[in-house]
Design a protein around this ligand. Sequence first.
Ligand SMILES: *[C@@H]1O[C@H](CO)[C@@H](O)[C@H](O)[C@H]1NC(C)=O
Ligand SMILES: *[C@@H]1O[C@H](CO)[C@@H](O)[C@H](O)[C@H]1NC(C)=O
Ligand SMILES: *[C@@H]1O[C@H](CO)[C@@H](O)[C@H](O)[C@H]1NC(C)=O
Ligand SMILES: *[C@@H]1O[C@H](CO)[C@@H](O)[C@H](O)[C@H]1NC(C)=O
Length: 451
Amino acid sequence: MDKTVKLNNVFLHSTLFLLSFIFSLFLTTTAAGTPANPFRPRAVVLPVTKDPSTGQYLTTIFQRTPLKPVKLTVDIGGKALWVACDRREYASTTYAPALCGSPPCAVAKSKSCDNCFDGPRPGCNNNTCSSIVYNTVERSAQNGELATDVFVVQSTTGSNPGRVVRIRNMLFSCGSLFLGEKLAVGVKGIAGFGRSATSLTSLLSTSLGINKKFAICLSSSKGVMFIGSGPYTMMPRVQISNRLVYTPLLVNPVTTVHPIFHDFPDKSWPSMEYFIDIESVKINGEPVPLSPSLLKIDAKGNGGTKISTVAPYTVLHTSIYNAVVKAFTKSLSKVPRVAAVAPFVGGPCYKAASLGSTRLGAAVPAIELGLRNNVTWTMFGRNSMVYVNNSEVVCLGFVDGGKKPRTAIVVGGHQLEDNLLEFDVERNRFGFSSTLLGLQTTCANFNFTSV
Ligand SMILES: *[C@@H]1O[C@H](CO)[C@@H](O)[C@H](O)[C@H]1NC(C)=O
Ligand SMILES: *[C@@H]1O[C@H](CO)[C@@H](O)[C@H](O)[C@H]1NC(C)=O
Ligand SMILES: *[C@@H]1O[C@H](CO)[C@@H](O)[C@H](O)[C@H]1NC(C)=O
Ligand SMILES: *[C@@H]1O[C@H](CO)[C@@H](O)[C@H](O)[C@H]1NC(C)=O
């Protein structure tokens, strides 16, 4: 009963958001920043919903003429905005291919110059430059025609979506979905927010004059993403911005795209993903013994910790995984374990009833991540545990990543939900709130009613 009501609300909210969005488009007729409309937003806002069957986090952008909603998988470490341009998929009177040597090619550092014999159409024009884009879900890559088109997004002052801003010539990669790409049903590409000149973080910053930073608040239903400056306000009027604590964002000097793609021109670039420095882990207040060398990024770019919206659960190097499981099971040694459920094989699962639950999720010992600058990110049951088997069973929500993963710790989606995380690229720092459940709100509590 409860569940049905909640789902209906989510649906209603998305529908209202779409309707109010389309309505407000009629009110805005000129481009942002033109003399006719000097409105300059400080930030823009995007909804982020979770696809239950893949665990992917999806957003909807508005692009083209006539304007069309386009559903995309969010990859915070992704290189670019890439959108399917297959035949019949893409129609727009304002589509402009990037001609060889033109400014968009320079922004994307693309020196290629291609012809296409199957056009002209979006994605297939002569004398254009192209750019490699990565599908980090499928671990594939493809070349897409670089192009620009109209892009429309809602601004925010932190508590509601506000005036619509229109970008006349937003750069993107016009790709293809021919491989199916393991993307959620209805998804037409990837929205990348990584450290690259072509990411949405960079492009929105340069085209709107907003700060090169974003904050993401993932939810198991409908969360939110802010690009630009705070504040970040959740209902009922909870101000998250002044609750954040900060640790440095690190740059991995070597690309972290899948090794088979290292021969692409991007190989000489640093990683586009966001790394932080976990220095220690405590469970139930006890330090977990971990190899310090795994926690650091070495000269070849191996090791360290990254944050990823593409991994549904946190993935740990086997030796870290084993140490964490050992400490965790020891702290709960009095609770009987039940058979493990995939993908959490190898880790502990318990009957939900024998653990009990709290406001912060299943009643389990806290996991404390000690980060550089003497700050602690504490994970409670909501983020450390995953309910499976109709919520009868609850498992430690970490996955064994094997003995030779590129990155020792990949903090994944489930562990990020209901935490507000700020990636400040300009100041190279990562701000985190720890669980919002402790502040009596959640990431599903952004007020999507437009003002
Ligand atoms: C590109 O130019 C070639 C001739 O050089 C032509 O055959 C082809 O149709 C052109 N393609 C497009 C998309 O205009
Ligand atoms: C999952 O649920 C089914 C039916 O309720 C039960 O038979 C099975 O033992 C459960 N699995 C675990 C691992 O508890
Ligand atoms: C680290 O933080 C703790 C608690 O906030 C404090 O007691 C301790 O003195 C700090 N240590 C350093 C080296 O700053
Ligand atoms: C959401 O925002 C609208 C517009 O400002 C406001 O009327 C409404 O009361 C807000 N809802 C809540 C629950 O705060």
